[in-house]
Every structure is written in C-alpha cells, then in structure tokens.
Design a binder for this molecule. Structure first.
Ligand SMILES: C[S@@+](CC[C@H](N)C(=O)[O-])C[C@H]1O[C@@H](n2cnc3c(N)ncnc32)[C@H](O)[C@@H]1O
Length: 250
C-alpha cells in the first residue's frame, strides 16, 4: 500500500526568502502609525510585558522596545527569526507556533497579532484555540490587540490578479479568489523567460467582525474597542481593517 503523506500547511512554506523579496518595500509608516494608535489607546505603563505573535522579522517588535517595553517576538518561520536577530540583536525572538504559546499563564500585559496573522489554520476550532492561548498567556486585565482584514472590504474589492516586476529577472504574479469562506491567493515567482521558479499559496479564513467578537467573548475577553484603520477611525463595513481590542477580565 502506498504511504499517504500529508502536505505541509501553506503557512509553513510561504514565509521564506521569497516572501521577503515580495514585501521588501513594505510600508513601515503603517507600522509606526499602528504602534502610535496602540500606545494612545492602551496607555501602557513603561516596562509593560508584551508578546508580538507572528512577529516576522520583528518590524513591530522593535518599535515597542523603543517605547521602553519588555517585548518578546514569536514566529514559526526560522528564516524570519534568524533575520530578525541579525537586524535587531537585542530583541528576544523565538521560533514557536501561535497555537501553543510557550510561556506560563498570566505572563503578558499585551498580546499583539498584527498585519493579518490570524485565520491561518484550516479548522475554526484551531483558530479559536489560538485566541484561548492568548487569553491564557495574559495577566488579568491584559489586552489582546487583533489587527485583521475586513471581510466585507475584501469581498467588495477583490483584485483577481496582479503582477509586480521585482527586478529585471524576477516577476511575481498573484491570483486571488474567495472559496469556502477563505481568501485564497496563488503566488507565482517567474524568471525573465516567465518560467515559474517558485509557487506558493496563502489561505486566510474570512472571519467577520461579528465572528471574531463571538470567539473573543467565548474565550473570556470583553471587547473594549474596534477601529477600521491604523489612523484609529471607527469601524464600518467599508473599513480597510478590522482592529479589535480584547480585554481579559480582572
Ligand atoms: C503576514 S506576516 C506578518 C508578520 C509581522 N506581524 C509583520 O507585520 O511584519 C505573518 C507571519 O506569521 C507567521 N506565522 C505563520 N503561521 C504561524 C504559526 N502557526 N505560528 C507562528 N507564526 C506563524 C509567519 O511566519 C509570518 O511571519
């Protein structure tokens, strides 16, 4: 009988050097804007203990450190964590899965999930378990800041296909569709002859604001706020983002 090997999930493959090539011109101003919004909203005391879940190379993590907080960054991609340690040698960055946060309960004042780092798991129960993990790792009264896409905005503004010429020898084609309540992106890296040199998938569960709030409340969070963008405007159906602030009971 042939052995049935299960394919690794998309999020274990996509976050490598090619992802960094595609996003090398990412907008750092957005990151600074959101960090300002977080600071103004939560008014944390200096020295607060913060977890940046799915931190990537730590572009947000470093900003919280600059504000005088004690930050830990966690990411599943070894490549990103190695790059982050090279860029910011003093940052505390660890390789781990957001579904099993490797800390004792009640450790953090704030847990961050930034730039659509949620909804990656196949099953809703697995995504919900991540919120449970966040709740467990927070101190009583601690905050969970969830910066997620806005499902209505994605549905109304879906760009089915686009391409970017990254360099003379590298072109990236991205194809998008909505299927089974997920936004699915197929990503193709091509050389100067348009031969495909790399192929990836991204698949994010399209949770609505209501669904996110239900999951948070079920876990034991109070929903303390919701913004529609990094400037801090109130959320509506057309907002670009769904930014929810959960608070663990005291
Ligand atoms: C869209 S990127 C955002 C990175 C970072 N928050 C930023 O804004 O620069 C998503 C990140 O989630 C990480 N990731 C994916 N699945 C993960 C998992 N199961 N556990 C922890 N990190 C994961 C990826 O490696 C990647 O760095």
């Amino acid at each position: 009988m042939e052995s049935m090997q299960r394919e690794a999930p998309w999020y274990k493959k996509w976050f490598d050097e090619n992802y960094l090539l595609l996003y090398q011109h990412r907008n750092y101003e957005d990151a600074r804007e959101q960090v300002r919004l977080i600071m103004d909203t939560l008014k944390l005391q200096k020295g607060s203990i913060i977890l940046d879940l799915c931190c990537g190379e730590g572009r947000y993590t470093i900003l919280f450190r600059e504000f005088g907080h004690r930050v830990m960054g966690l990411d599943l991609s070894e490549i990103f964590i190695i790059r982050g340690k090279e860029k910011y040698p003093r940052l505390n960055l660890v390789v781990a899965d957001m579904g099993a946060i490797p800390v004792l309960p009640g450790r953090f004042d704030l847990v961050l999930s930034l730039f659509t780092s949620f909804g990656y798991f196949e099953e809703d129960e697995e995504n919900e378990k991540m919120i449970d993990e966040v709740h467990r790792s927070l101190k009583p009264g601690g905050f969970f800041w969830l910066d997620f896409l806005n499902t209505h905005y994605i549905e109304n503004n879906l760009l089915p296909e686009n391409s970017s010429q990254i360099s003379p020898s590298l072109r990236v084609v991205e194809k998008r569709k909505i299927k089974d309540r997920r936004i699915i992106k197929d990503i193709f890296f091509q050389d100067s002859q348009r031969e495909v040199t790399g192929r990836y998938k991204e698949s994010v569960r399209l949770f609505t604001r209501n669904e996110l709030e239900i999951m948070m409340k079920k876990t034991g969070f109070q929903v303390a706020g919701c913004f529609g963008n990094y400037r801090g405007d109130a959320w509506n159906g057309d907002s670009e983002r769904t930014i929810l602030v959960g608070r663990k009971e005291l």
